[in-house]
Design a protein around this ligand. Structure first.
Ligand code: AP5
Ligand code: MG
Ligand code: ZN
Length: 217
C-alpha cells in the first residue's frame, strides 16, 4: 500500500505519519526531514536547499524529484511507503506518477489533512523538535515531560528555523499557491480522502484508520 499525506504546514502530517507507518508497516518518506538532515550535514543537497527552506519557499522541483526517485527505488519501499510533504506541486505529482510507473507500482490513495489557518499558526509557533531522534512535541498540545528535553532520548529540543510567525505565513501562502491545486489533481483520479485534522491527535488517527479501512474494502 502506497499513501500520500497532503495538507498545509502544521496540519499534523509528520505526527500522523509516525502513527500510520507503524500501524500499516510502511516506510515513512518525509522530504522535509531528508532536506533538514542534509542542511545539518552541509551536503551538496543541503547547501542548495538551505536558503529556500529558511525563507519558507519550495526547493526546486528537480532537486526533490531526484531524491524521491532514488528513495522509492530502494528495496524497503517495495512493501509500501508513505509520502509526507511530497508531491508539493503539480509538476512533482506528474513526475511521481512516472517514477511509480517505472517501479511498477502506484499511489493507492491520498489523505488530505485539513486544518484552519489560526490553528496552524498556534501549532507551529509552539512546536519543538528533538535534535537527535526527531520526535515532535507541542508546548500547548503535546508537551514534553521536561520542558526542554525529549521524553525518549533526553536530547535538547529546538525550534525549527522556519517556525517563526513570518515564515509560517509565507509557507501558508506558498501552500495555497503551489500545493493546494493537488487537491483537485487527486480528486480527479478518485484517490482523495479528506480528513478533518482539527481534532485531537488520537481522534484524527482514528479517522485516518477508518478512511484506510474503507479504501481497502
Ligand atoms: P516540511 O518539513 O514538509 O514542512 P511543512 O509541510 O511546512 O509541514 P510541517 O512539517 O511544518 O508540519 P506537519 O504537517 O508535519 O505537522 P506536525 O506533525 O509537525 O517542509 C519544510 C520545507 O522543506 C519546505 O518549506 C520546503 O522548503 C522544503 N520541502 C519539503 N518538501 C518539499 C517538496 N516536496 N518540494 C519542495 N520543497 C520541499 O505538527 C505540527 C505541530 O502541531 C507539532 O507541534 C505537533 O505536535 C502538533 N500537532 C499535530 N497534530 C495535532 C493535533 N491534532 N492537535 C494538536 N496539535 C497537533
Ligand atoms: Mg512535517
Ligand atoms: Zn529524542
Amino acid at each position: 500500500m502506497n499513501i500520500i499525506l497532503l495538507g498545509p504546514p502544521g496540519a499534523g502530517k509528520g505526527t500522523q505519519a509516525k502513527n500510520i507507518s507503524a500501524r500499516y508497516n510502511l516506510v515513512h518518506i518525509s522530504t522535509g526531514d531528508i532536506l533538514r538532515c542534509a542542511v545539518v550535514n552541509k551536503t551538496a543537497l543541503g547547501v542548495r536547499a538551505k536558503s529556500y527552506m529558511e525563507a519558507g519557499e519550495l526547493v526546486p522541483d528537480d532537486v526533490v524529484v531526484d531524491l524521491v526517485r532514488e528513495r522509492v527505488a530502494d528495496l524497503d519501499c517495495k512493501s509500501g511507503f508513505l509520502l509526507d510533504g511530497f508531491p508539493r506541486t503539480v509538476a512533482q505529482a506528474v513526475e511521481l506518477d512516472a517514477i511509480l510507473k517505472a517501479n511498477e507500482t502506484e499511489v493507492d490513495f491520498v489523505l488530505n489533512i485539513e486544518v484552519s489557518q489560526d490553528e496552524i499558526v498556534k501549532r507551529l509557533t509552539s512546536r519543538r523538535v528533538c535534535g537527535d531522534c526527531n520526535r515532535t512535541y507541542n508546548l500547548l498540545f503535546e508537551p514534553p515531560r521536561d520542558e526542554d528535553k525529549c521524553n525518549e532520548c533526553g536530547t535538547a529540543l529546538y525550534r525549527r528555523d522556519d517556525d517563526s510567525e513570518e515564515t509560517i505565513l509565507n509557507r501558508m501562502k506558498v501552500y495555497y499557491q503551489q500545493t493546494a491545486p493537488l487537491i483537485a489533481y487527486y480528486q480527479r483520479s478518485g484517490k482523495l480522502k479528506n480528513i478533518d485534522g482539527g481534532h485531537a491527535i488520537d481522534e484524527v488517527f482514528a479517522d485516518i484508520e477508518e478512511a484506510v479501512c474503507a479504501c481497502q474494502n
